[in-house]
Design a protein. Structure first.
Length: 273
């Protein structure tokens, strides 16, 4: 797919997916939604990619739904996602619960890190919350925003946010749609770390590279799959699957390489692909 409102590049095993409508604070459109899914499908299928970093161009991460699109919904008398019928479906087919917008990221084999470089509202906050890890600049404004627009909590955020920060805190943010900052988000555990605007992308990139180098791709994939699958089941099933995965993964080449590297006090050379 031609990239008109996103940018995509791979360096050091890290795919950086940049929302690119800086004049509109990277507000979300049907075109951006389609390109976002296409880029994640590209990253998922590329053996050279170990981790995906999502960020925004210019001053913002994603200011939510584009106001022109909202005006169009009003004039049309209803909602139109504005996406093509042939949307890419990365992460689909793993669990039926994941086969939906943004939830499909739980089915990806590669971690997604949000580098929140500025304001994130509505679907922009949703996008950040569905990432596996979140880092941000201090003082950026965040909001669910839906309440002020006579909308429901979007894209399963009413399911996800309580699991990230607890029910009481999530209820307050969801019911009030108030603006809060990344500093508060860090204090309540929604953000994993704060870096200056100059440091954010370099620090997130270096962190992603350190994961790629120190953690086997099979372990990253397996752990991510366990985390999101376990949100839907009992602890006994989690223990049973963990044992099955242990039995399988200890027969693999990356396990032998991990032990050799640990004994020899060197960086492991992970199997690619």
């Amino acid at each position: 797919m031609e990239r008109k409102v996103t940018r995509f590049e791979v360096r050091d095993g890290v795919a950086t997916l940049t929302l690119h409508r800086p004049d509109r604070l990277n507000s979300w459109t049907g075109r951006m939604h389609a390109e976002y899914r296409d880029a994640l499908e590209q990253a998922e299928s590329d053996p050279a990619v170990g981790i995906v970093v999502v960020t925004g161009s210019g001053r913002g991460f994603c200011a939510g739904a584009d106001t022109r699109a909202l005006e169009s919904h009003r004039e049309r008398g209803g909602y139109d996602a504005g996406t093509p019928e042939d949307l890419a479906c990365p992460g689909y087919g793993v669990r039926s619960e994941f086969d939906a917008d943004f939830a499909f990221q739980f089915g990806l084999t590669k971690p997604v890190i949000a580098a929140i470089n500025g304001p994130a509202a509505g679907v922009g906050l949703v996008l950040a919350c569905y990432a596996d890890l979140r880092f941000a600049v201090p003082g950026a404004k965040l909001t669910t925003s839906h309440g002020r627009l006579h909308l429901p909590a979007e894209y399963g955020l009413s399911w996800l946010l309580p699991r990230l920060i607890g029910l009481a805190r999530a209820n307050e943010l969801l019911l009030s749609s108030r603006v809060f900052t990344t500093d508060e988000a860090f204090e309540i555990g929604l953000i994993n770390g704060l870096f200056s605007a100059e440091e954010l992308l370099p620090r997130v990139h270096d962190y992603a590279v350190s994961l790629i180098q120190s953690i086997s791709p099979g372990s990253l994939s397996s752990t991510k799959r366990q985390i999101y699958t376990d949100l839907h089941r009992d602890v006994g099933s989690s223990v049973k699957e963990a044992q099955e995965r242990l039995d399988q993964m200890t027969t693999e080449a990356d396990f032998r390489e991990a032990i050799s590297a640990w004994l020899e006090k060197r960086q492991p050379d992970w199997r690619k692909g």
